[in-house]
Design a protein around this ligand. Sequence first.
Ligand code: ATR
Length: 286
Amino acid sequence: MTYQPPAIYGIIGNPVAHSLSPVMQNAAFKALGVNAVYKLFPLVDDGELRLFMEDIKEKANPIFGLNVTVPYKEKVLPYLDSLDPLARKTGAVNTLVIDHQRKIRGFNTDGPGFLAHLGELQFDPCDKSIIVLGAGGAARAIIGVLCLMGPQGPKSIRVFNRTRARVQTLIEEIQKEIDTDIIKGLERIEDLTSVDMLINTTRVGMQADDGLLFNPDLMHQGMLVYDVIYNPVETKLLQEAKQHSAATANGLGMLFYQGVLALSHWANVEPNQRVKKIMREALRGS
Ligand code: ATR
């Protein structure tokens, strides 16, 4: 028997050390009996991203799939050979598939992962009023899939971001791809009375000393506060939301569902119930 080096998969981003994707995907590879390893690839800046993506094109490179996280979900686009329709519509990519010709195809599994988690939470976005914090790649994915729901989707999505110009760009670019008029910019968060769901897509809350982006006393019973952050399990935002009797959810469910979809793209087949259960248990146990 000759030694076969494992196929390499992994996640690129900054930071990535907190990521639970290795635990989940390595458990899946083991359950599937495939010779593959999922690794962390911290890339400190755009220059490292460029070198890494150029290297991916090399014939001998053993990487066949990647997840992409903060802050590269949009920045990775110029390096891709093709995009699946949702990645094109949202302008954000979080999963890459690299074939044997070293062609790189970008997918967005964040958006469908988010919707699948909302289904599990039994939250129906139809006719709801939603606020999104952030205007990066995760925001694009979530806003994109919500807009694509059309009349079955929310009645309004208001986007609040530190860098205001980025909100305008997000709205214009999504509207070029999706026929929607429900997205608006939001300059200040002063009133949440009629808001059904608030979604944090920023990285604020990952660090213990991070503050809040608005007055927490505005949160109330009857709204769902969703934080895409899953590590820590409960951000300051979610703690405050609970104290104000709002329903809460962290991003662990979204991580799971996007991971199942990513694995489907890499393996070319949807993982069966047994493998999905192992992925869930790996996340719970970590
Ligand atoms: P990703 O593509 O994974 O969403 P990103 O594009 O870097 O990552 O987006 C991160 C989001 O977190 C952005 O909305 C960013 O705001 P800016 O557009 O103003 O950079 C937001 N963010 C990151 N650090 C922040 C901070 N300290 N305060 C407020 N917002 C922050």
